[in-house]
Structure formats: C-alpha cells, structure tokens
Design a protein around this ligand. Sequence first.
Ligand code: ATP
Ligand code: MG
Length: 197
Amino acid sequence: MADDQYKARMQRKKEHIDQRIEEASIDKGIIVLLTGNGKGKSSSALGMICRALGYGMKIGVAKFLKGVQETGEDAFLDTQPNIQTVFMKTGFTWDTQDKAYDTAMAAETWQNAQSYLEDESIDLVVLDELTYMISYKYLDEQQILDALNKRPQDQHVVITGRTASEGLINIADTVSEVKDIKHAFRANIKAQKGVDL
Ligand code: ATP
Ligand code: MG
C-alpha cells in the first residue's frame, strides 16, 4: 500500500475510534462474565484484580466450588490488605458426591458474596466459578440476579465458570467465551504451578 493511502486509511480509523471513545460517556459499575470451556477465565479475573489493586481499589473475592484446591494466587491474595476472600469449603462435586452438603456450603459462601454486593466500600467483586452454582441448582438464579441488580452503582463484578446461564448472560455488560482449542492436560501434562494453579 502506498504511503499516502496508508496515511488516509489510518486517519479514517483514528476518526472512527475517537468518535467511539467520545460516545462512550457512561461511567458505571459493570458485570464481566467469562465463560466457555477453554483455559483463561479465572486467570483473567485475577488480571482484573491486579489492575484494581494498582488503583488502590477494594476487592471482595468469593471462590465457589474449588476452595479445597490451593493455588498460587491464594497465597498472594492473602498478603493484600485491600482484598477480602471467602472460599467455598468443599472440593469438586465429583469428590464429595453429597448434594445436601454441597448445597449448604454454596449457600454459606453466597452469604459472604452477597455481603460484598451490598458493601459500598467494595469496588470489585469476583465471583469465581459461580456459574456452576446455578447449573447444579445449588443456588437460586433469581436470588443471584436480584443481588447483582441491587449492588452499588459503581461496583464492578467479574463472574467466571463454564456454561453460564441465560440470566447471567443477560445481566452482564461484557461476556466473553473462552474457546478450548487445545489443553496441555490432554497430552498428559500435569497442572503446572504458576500457569494452571
Ligand atoms: P484458569 O484458572 O487457568 O484461568 P479457567 O478458570 O479458565 O482456568 P477452570 O475450568 O476454572 O478454567 O479450570 C481451572 C483449572 O483447570 C486450571 O488448572 C486450568 O488449566 C484447567 N483447565 C481449564 N480448562 C481446561 C480444559 N479445557 N481442559 C483441561 N484442563 C483445563
Ligand atoms: Mg476457573
């Protein structure tokens, strides 16, 4: 492409982008939903935690379903004074195989999550693996949607987990589906520290 053509094209692109930036004038708390079968949902949520920490924001994290599995970030989050964390104290459902127990643990964790969603001082709430609580019917979807709707106006929420319900997709402002193209585990490679846990 000739230099002048390139310049004209970039100029048009810049005008378009500048206009879109100007139009985006609304400032509010948003819900980000990260779903799909590929790797990268919870680690993306952690990336946003990192960004928020950089601004001195206050964060509430509720980890559903996998509280038993220790990860590198749990140790890190523990050192951060601006972060409160609650873990659902049960393993994978296929380990416990006890629906009543899992439901009770989910409800207990949700109580904490809900208190974050009512707390004006918390800027970012991360509900990690929440989608399963709805798909396994451990928690009532409407109760979750109501709490999300009633949260403080400027509070951001990040929700992760596979097979997000229609209700969550509808209420979210940003929805990304991480597609599974390939995963090392299927080549018999163990979960690796710093990458997978
Ligand atoms: P991560 O925490 O690495 O961002 P994730 O939140 O997208 O992953 P989860 O379903 O919560 O995915 O699973 C967490 C763990 O399972 C991680 O160790 C991750 O590498 C692994 N994992 C994620 N997707 C797959 C997959 N498609 N096949 C095998 N293992 C996976
Ligand atoms: Mg995850």
